[in-house]
Each structure stands twice: as C-alpha cells, then as structure tokens.
Design a protein around this ligand. Structure first.
Ligand SMILES: Nc1ncnc2c1ncn2[C@@H]1O[C@H](COP(=O)(O)OP(=O)(O)OP(=O)(O)O)[C@@H](O)[C@H]1O
Ligand SMILES: O=c1ccn([C@@H]2O[C@H](COP(=O)(O)O)[C@@H](O)[C@H]2O)c(=O)[nH]1
Length: 236
C-alpha cells in the first residue's frame, strides 16, 4: 500500500487513554491504540510517539490543590512516562517492538533520550516512544511532541485526539462550531483557537512541520491519514 509519509511523530492525548474511565488507563483503549499503531508500522512507516499525561496528573491542576508548580509539572512529566510504559507494553503484546525514551535520565525505566538513539530505533523497525515531555516545567506534551517531531526529522506531526479536527470553537463546548479542512498556523493565532498551545504551534511554524489533527478514537483512522485520506484538519 502507498503511504504518504515515511517518518511521523504521533502525539496521543493522555486524557483519551481513560476511555470510559474517570482516571488512569483503560486497557481496552490502550489495546485499540496499539492495534492502530501496529497497522501502520506494518506499512513500513517510521514512528515516534509522544503521549500526554492528563489522565493522571497535570501541573496546573496541582497548583490548584496547593502544590508547587515546578513539582506539579514534574509529577505531570512522570505521568507521561507511566503512559509511555503502558503503551510500550500494549505494543509488545500486539507483536510490535517499541522502546521507551525519557527526557530525564531514569534508566532502567527507559533509555535517556537522544535524537540519534530514537532515529536508530525507528530505522530498526521499533517504535520510539519519547516520554517526559520536554523535561522542563511550564511546557506541555504538545510542545514536547513539536520539539521531538522536529528533532527526529518527522515529515508531519499527527495529533490524535478525541475530536475529528480543528473547529472555529471547542466542539466539546460549542455545538455550532464549524470544522476546518485546513488552516494556517497564523489563523490559529488570529482566531485564538485552543486546540494546541501556542508554543507548540510556533515551533511547528518556524520549523515547517505540518500538523494533522484527527480523531484517534475511530479505529482505522490512523491508517487513513497515512494513506493520504483527507480526514481531520491540516495545519500548514
Ligand atoms: N478550536 C478547537 N478545535 C478542536 N478542539 C478544540 C478546540 N479548542 C479546544 N479544543 C479541545 O482540544 C482538545 C484536544 O486536545 P488534546 O488532545 O491535547 O487533549 P488533552 O485532553 O489536553 O490531552 P492531554 O491529556 O494529552 O493533555 C479537544 O478534546 C477539544 O475539546
Ligand atoms: O514538557 C513538559 C510536558 C509536560 N509537563 C507536565 O506534564 C503534564 C501532562 O502533560 P499534558 O501535555 O498536559 O498532557 C502537564 O500538565 C505539565 O504539568 C511539563 O511540565 N513539561
């Protein structure tokens, strides 16, 4: 099968990993994601993955509970490591090799991330799951995935989430919101759209990394994006 991309960075929402649950990881959702990812790995695509941590902990919610912001963000980054280990385990169970890298050295939980080790893993047919965000507080995993996508020289950053693209307003709150098939980086700023943080959008803009926002919760969608089907929203 023809594929549109040879190397991608896939960003998965931590919150989506909850599936039907109120907190943590839904093993059915995890297995479903692993199946979709294996399907495109079998097409020969080199895959880097960054996962969020919102299903476990976010620094900003921590500060609302009285935690120091930096410690809260560090807890959030550790949450992304937990999700990454869970995804690597699910991929292994599906028969797909995967390696977990960490932004902060915590061997043997994962390998300390470097661009070259991640690229080497992908070239050997392993999925590089790059955890711990940027390794710094005051950032998000959207920015982490923009950073890693640029570093590993991905052709596109895929933001797999619960909504099927970018809308004129948050579609989970405003039912009259209208979807874009494509939108420029600048229009995201001008319209004040909140689908990604602005640091991530700026990094992608400055480094010419296109983004596709799509619904990862519909099985088969990841393969459709890889095959060049126009689902989701392209940011260019
Ligand atoms: N204009 C918009 N178009 C589409 N989605 C939007 C928009 N504004 C806000 N959103 C919200 O952005 C969310 C997608 O962001 P993302 O996948 O990062 O979710 P998250 O819950 O923050 O994940 P994580 O746990 O990884 O932090 C959607 O669920 C949607 O509600
Ligand atoms: O580079 C980073 C990435 C993340 N964090 C913290 O982790 C949580 C979870 O990430 P999400 O992107 O919100 O899913 C985030 O709220 C931050 O607290 C970070 O500090 N640095």
């Amino acid at each position: 099968m023809n594929t549109k991309y040879k190397r991608i960075l896939l960003k998965l929402s931590g919150e989506s990993l909850m599936g039907e649950k109120q907190y943590g990881i839904d093993e059915k959702k995890l297995a479903e994601y692993a199946g979709q990812i294996k399907e495109i790995a079998d097409m020969g695509i080199e895959i880097g993955i960054v996962i969020g941590g919102g299903n476990i902990f976010r620094g900003l919610s921590g500060t609302a509970q009285g935690f120091d912001r930096v410690k809260g963000d560090q807890m959030g980054m550790l949450a992304t490591v937990i999700n990454s280990l869970a995804l690597s385990s699910a991929l292994n169970s599906a028969g797909q090799k995967a390696r977990v890298f960490t932004a902060i050295n915590m061997y043997p939980i994962g390998e300390y991330y470097s661009k070259w080790k991640a690229i080497e893993a992908m070239q050997q047919g392993e999925i590089a799951i790059i955890s711990g965000g940027t390794g710094n507080p005051f950032f998000t995993t959207d920015t982490g995935s923009a950073l890693r996508g640029i570093e590993i020289e991905a052709e596109v950053m895929l933001k797999g989430t619960r909504v099927d693209g970018i809308y004129t307003a948050d579609p989970e709150k405003d039912k009259s919101a209208v979807k874009f098939d494509k939108i420029s980086y600048d229009e995201i700023y001008n319209r004040g759209l909140k689908v990604m943080d602005l640091t991530a959008t700026t990094m992608c803009k400055e480094n010419h990394l296109p983004i596709i926002v799509f619904d990862m919760d519909t099985p088969g969608n990841l393969k459709k994006v890889m095959s060049g089907e126009n689902i989701g929203t392209l940011v260019y």
